[in-house]
Design a protein around this ligand. Structure first.
Ligand code: HEM
Length: 494
């Protein structure tokens, strides 16, 4: 009996040593990493962070270690950059060094380094160049992106008239309309709002974003290597993304069946043309896997980001009705009651522009940013980050940098206005990140935000079910994403 115990303890010790050695071998790449909280073997800094408020934990570390520090995600060292200056020095001044994509264990199994957003090296360069130029070309084709958004906003306004004055949760009204814009670019058509398959896709995208932001996902990012063999929510997230992937693959098949290279209808067709041109090149990046996963990146990112920002925006406008009133006044002066808003109106509407920037700053929908990776040994602020080190540019800390924003934690549109009421640019407005990986959809997203906000507020006023003082504007979940609180409101026709 005693011998059995001793043997078990001996075995457990050997196993622990083995794990520590594996972890150490995996992570020690030499170099000189910035200081940070002391890790313990294998667990790293797990016991010093709050998984339900990881961003706040990082801000606590910033107070002690400064704006560049190292945190161990389990056995893996990750360098965290806080505030506008550190992020700018890395992503802009040393753009190439920091241009790699870091690990995201929660979704890496789905993407396996394929598709624009998760790719690295030559694959990423080729996919990024192609995607940017194709998105741009669709804007110059028969129907401009602006026209697509205006048309889609028109469909939304019709829906809102149907529920005039009835309390609704805006979540899926907004995601369906926003998603249809990117759908028309990548799949060549919009979906009927009542289409059941489309509704299911919207729910899956929303649920994936929420799941990625829950505490388990932060835990999984630290211990993905082991956790993948256990049951849990990560399997659900994996299944959700696989189902979205299957949908995109089925759309690619549809395109292939009616494909005419002389007449590309959408992003998928343009990619298929490249695949045909490159079919004798064994090293081409234009293949089915990259087509499906890049299209999924665009579909996913093009839906949830803008929809969440609009949703948060409406909540903030109800909390601060005087801001909504001033936006409406500007709409009335510049656009009037009947003309459809255009992108050209934006430069004549500094207050509205400032409000939209402030909504994005306050909503801060991707507070941790998406992890980067240094593609070579990199000297940075006196440290040496070995090639392959993951780096988190904390976008939330840039958007709330007290050096650049007078009231970082308040909703204050004057952050983007000068004394004369002109729009004032702020270099720390980094909602779309910066440098070589900067959001591919920035121009599209900015157009959508302006056209949706102005089209809706031109026709409807917003009514909260509770007095403004009781409106809760704190994030419902905070993690990879900041998820706005759930709420209902009434859109009242003007
Ligand atoms: C309010 C709206 C949006 C916000 C706040 C936002 C924010 C971001 C951020 C922070 C990144 C990470 C950049 C980095 O790695 O440093 C990103 C990347 C990306 N976004 Fe957006 N995004 C928005 C809308 C869109 C839209 C509409 C699309 C689709 C056209 C899109 C497609 C992408 C893609 C494909 C990437 C990966 C780029 C790469 O890895 O090279 N995003 N976005």
């Amino acid at each position: 009996m005693v011998l059995g115990w001793i043997f078990s303890i001996f075995l457990a010790l050997c196993l622990a040593c083995l794990l520590i050695m594996i972890a150490w071998k995996r992570t020690s790449k030499g170099g000189k990493l910035p200081p940070g909280p002391t890790p313990i073997p294998f667990l790293g800094n797990l016991l010093q962070v709050r998984l339900d408020a990881i961003f706040q934990s990082f801000l606590e570390f910033q107070k002690k270690y400064g704006s560049v520090f190292t945190v161990y995600f389990g056995p893996r060292p990750v360098v965290i950059l806080c505030g506008h200056e550190a992020v700018k020095e890395a992503l802009i001044d040393q753009a190439d060094d920091f241009s790699g994509r870091g690990e995201m264990p929660t979704i890496d199994k789905n993407f396996q380094n394929y598709g624009l957003a998760m790719a690295n090296g030559e694959r990423w360069k080729v996919l990024r160049r192609f995607s940017l130029s194709t998105l741009r070309n669709f804007g110059m084709g028969k129907r401009s992106i602006e026209e697509r958004i205006q048309e889609e906003a028109g469909y939304l306004l019709k829906e809102l008239h149907k529920v005039n004055g009835v309390p609704i949760d805006p979540t899926f009204y907004l995601s369906r309309t926003v998603s249809n814009v990117i759908c028309s670019v990548v799949f060549g058509n919009r979906f009927d709002y009542e289409d059941e398959c489309f509704q299911k896709l919207m729910k899956m995208i929303n649920e994936s974003f929420v799941e990625m932001s829950k505490p388990w996902a932060q835990f999984y990012d630290m211990f993905g290597g082991i956790m993948q063999y256990f049951p849990g929510s990560h399997n659900h997230l994996y299944d959700l993304i696989e189902e979205l992937k299957d949908f995109v693959a089925s759309r690619v098949k549809l395109n292939e069946a009616s494909f005419d290279p002389a007449n590309p209808r959408d992003y998928i067709d343009c990619f298929l043309i490249k695949m045909h041109q490159d079919k004798s090149n064994p090293n081409t990046e234009f293949h089915l896997k990259n087509l499906v996963l890049t299209t999924l990146n665009l579909f996913f990112a093009g839906t949830e980001t803008v929809a969440s920002t609009l949703r948060y925006g409406f909540l903030l406008l109800m909390k601060y009705p005087e801001v909504e009133a001033k936006v409406y006044e500007e709409i009335n002066q510049v656009i009037g009651a009947h003309r459809i808003p255009t992108v050209d109106d934006r430069s004549k509407m500094p207050y509205t522009d400032a409000v939209i920037h402030e909504i994005q700053r306050f909503a801060d929908i991707v507070p941790l940013g998406i992890p980067h990776n240094v593609i070579r040994d990199t000297h940075f602020r006196g440290y040496l980050l070995p090639k392959g080190t993951d780096v988190y540019p904390l976008i939330g800390s840039v958007l709330k940098d007290p050096k650049y924003f007078q009231y970082p934690h308040a909703f204050y549109p004057q952050h983007f206005l000068d004394e004369q009421g002109h729009f004032k640019k702020n270099d720390a407005f980094g909602a779309f990140s910066a440098g070589k990986r900067i959001c591919v959809g920035e121009a599209l997203a900015r157009m959508e935000l302006f056209l949706y906000f102005t089209s809706i507020l031109q026709r409807f006023s917003l009514h909260s079910l509770v007095p403004p003082a009781d409106i809760n504007i704190t994030h419902r979940i905070t993690g990879f994403g900041n998820i706005p609180p759930t709420f209902k409101l009434c859109f009242m026709a003007r």
